[in-house]
Design a protein around this ligand. Structure first.
Ligand SMILES: [Zn+2]
Length: 241
């Protein structure tokens, strides 16, 4: 199962899209972007428009309800005083919990609830790329991190991996975090310098790469799920009739 995920991740093609985002006083990857990441992937897999909308409802719930917007663990961000590894592990825990819920609803023949929780899991997975230095790492590091995130064996640390610092509470005179969400999140094509940064030897910006990588992970995750299910369960999930 794990090998399947990794194989898919390695060989998926990249695609490009544009997006914009603002939530509260600090920007976040917004519903429009999550929609643009998700729709082409599920559409190509044969999911109906209704099933896509249900995935999206779960996905964007994280950016809609204030209590969820504030939770770093639902967006692959890092709160004050938390290490990168602990923050990543916290996000992984939420991701795996939503995935498990989705599976249990699939087994109980409740596709609408299953799609909702798949959307929630996908939100965290997509934010993993835009709210970190994931795309700056070498392929081997990326594979190890994704393997861990998707439920692979426990790790002690990923020394090169960083999640963006995000905290809704501003503390006066606080020393700025070096890897701040406002400066390093790749949430839109023009949001900060980091997003606009053109990657050496390519015509691609970091934002473009983060976007296409989030699509690759979305596809890899769903193909992994397809592998796990009976074909009847997978087909039912698409809500085609
Ligand atoms: Zn988010």
């Amino acid at each position: 199962m794990k090998q399947v995920f990794l194989f898919i991740f390695l060989f998926l093609p990249n695609t490009l899209f544009g997006f914009s985002s603002v939530t509260g006083n600090q920007p976040r990857l917004n519903w429009d972007i999550h929609s643009k990441i998700t729709h082409p992937v599920v559409d190509k897999m044969g999911f109906s428009y209704i099933s896509f909308r249900q995935i999206l409802t779960g996905n964007v719930s994280h950016d809609y309800y204030p209590a969820m917007v504030k939770k770093a663990g639902l967006h692959c961000d890092r709160n004050r005083g938390v290490s990168n590894f602990v923050a990543l592990t916290d996000c992984r825990k939420s991701f795996l919990r939503f995935k498990k819920k989705a599976l249990s609803f699939i087994y109980r023949n409740n596709q609408m609830s299953a799609l909702f929780y798949l959307g929630k899991a996908l939100h965290i997975l997509q934010d993993l790329v835009s709210h970190s230095n994931f795309i700056d790492l070498n392929k081997n590091d990326r594979l190890i991190i994704v393997g861990y995130f998707l439920g692979g064996p426990k790790h002690k640390n990923f020394p090169n991996f960083k999640l963006t610092f995000w905290d809704p509470v501003t503390i006066p005179n606080e020393k700025a975090d070096r890897y701040h969400h406002a400066k390093y999140a790749k949430d839109s094509s023009s949001f900060n310098k980091e997003c606009r940064h053109i990657i050496k030897g390519t015509k691609q910006s970091k934002f473009d790469l983060a976007f296409s990588t989030a699509q690759d992970l979305t596809k890899g995750f769903l193909l992994g799920l397809k592998n796990k299910l009976k074909s009847k369960q997978w087909e039912k999930l698409k809500l085609r009739n």
